[in-house]
Design a binder for this molecule. Structure first.
Ligand code: DAS
Length: 337
């Protein structure tokens, strides 16, 4: 076994990490440094791992190619396969951590779904890249090496699923893609990064907060349909009616500012709650809490708190799939870290 002291004097031993590859820009190629010609999911896991081996990181990486696609095409079927495999590997004492390579566009959704449905006993780390492997200043290998570093650290367990990008470690609940381009595209809210990592160092900004916690919800491939209604000036209540006619069993309002909407929309949403369809008020604004207001008690709305619309949608789906319809219990799930 290789024992390598890091620059802080801790020792990294040969950890056994399983790598689940799904594609995205971390496996993408541009073909040209000067043209916007980019294809995600071009490089297989074996080639990614060969590149990693050349860096000499003290970890044994075992790769599994689940897909090689852009993350805009990731959904319930692939989530089920990844989830099954992750749960199975977490139960194997030989496996010390799991890395999922993933496109950045929906990484926050996969990370949050797994954060809520896997136990916190071993590190689970999502990693992506903003620049294809052959781009000038490509960030993929560095992010991947950082992810190996994080997944190899026993202290990464008990923090839920983590997302590693641009030397930052984010908790899945906080992470969101905040920029369409540039390597530094992710932000954390309400916490910023929970740690800092490079291939040669790892610093946590506090102790784990979910030590040995079991999965919060059971995973379901087929979750109830929840629609996101994006608020805009002049929006009509017809949007709410159409979502309900389309079979939505829950609604997330991506509202103005602090989760606001016009009087007509609020009335239509209150009608939806009265008809048994839960409504979560989130915000279309990038950052900030949506706290409970007196109206929420009057209409039975749930406040999204720190979750943006895509993650609020997943949490509402999980609540419904797990038979939780009570708005008080639902609010508690939104309030939790
Ligand atoms: N192609 C996008 C995706 O797979 C972008 C990316 O990976 O950064 O999400």
């Amino acid at each position: 076994m290789k024992i390598v002291p890091d620059r802080y004097g801790k020792c990294m031993t040969d950890t056994h990490i399983e790598v689940f590859a799904t594609g995205g820009t971390i496996a993408g190629m541009a073909g040209s440094a000067t043209r916007r010609d980019y294809r995600p999911g071009q490089i297989g896991i074996d080639d990614l791992l060969a590149g990693m081996a050349a860096l000499g990181l003290p970890a044994k990486l075992v790769g599994h190619q689940f897909a090689n696609i852009g993350s805009e095409d990731i959904g319930p079927e692939l989530w089920r396969k990844l989830h099954e495999a992750a749960a199975q590997r977490m139960g194997d004492s030989a496996c010390q951590g799991i890395i999922i390579t993933h496109g950045t566009d929906t990484a926050e959704e996969t990370a949050f779904l797994f954060d809520q449905t896997l136990p916190t006993t071993k590190p689970v780390v999502l990693v992506g890249a903003m620049r294809p492997a052959d781009a000038v200043g490509s960030d993929g290998m560095r992010n991947f090496a950082n992810a190996v570093r994080v997944a190899s650290d026993p202290e990464a367990a008990g923090r839920g699923v983590l997302l590693v990008m641009s030397d930052h470690i984010f908790a899945a609940r906080d992470a969101r893609k905040a920029r369409t381009e540039g390597a530094n595209a992710f932000r954390g809210f309400p916490r910023g990064p929970v740690g800092h990592v490079t291939p040669a160092s790892l610093e946590w900004f506090g102790p784990p907060w979910r030590v040995d916690e079991p999965a919060r919800f059971e995973f379901h491939e087929n979750m109830p349909k929840v629609s996101i209604l994006y608020a805009y000036a002049g929006m009509s209540a017809e949007n709410v009616v159409q979502a309900l006619e389309g079979g939505a069993k829950g609604l997330v309002l991506a509202g103005f500012g602090h989760g606001n909407a016009s009087g007509g929309i609020r009335a239509a949403l209150a009608d939806a709650v009265a008809a048994g369809v839960p409504v979560v008020r989130a915000s279309r604004v990038d950052e900030g809490l949506v706290d409970r207001e007196p109206d929420d008690d009057a209409h039975g709305f749930i406040a999204a708190r720190a979750l943006g619309p895509p993650k609020a949608r997943i949490l509402l789906q999980l609540l419904l799939a797990n038979g939780i319809n009570d708005p008080v219990r639902a609010q508690q799930a939104f309030d939790r870290r």
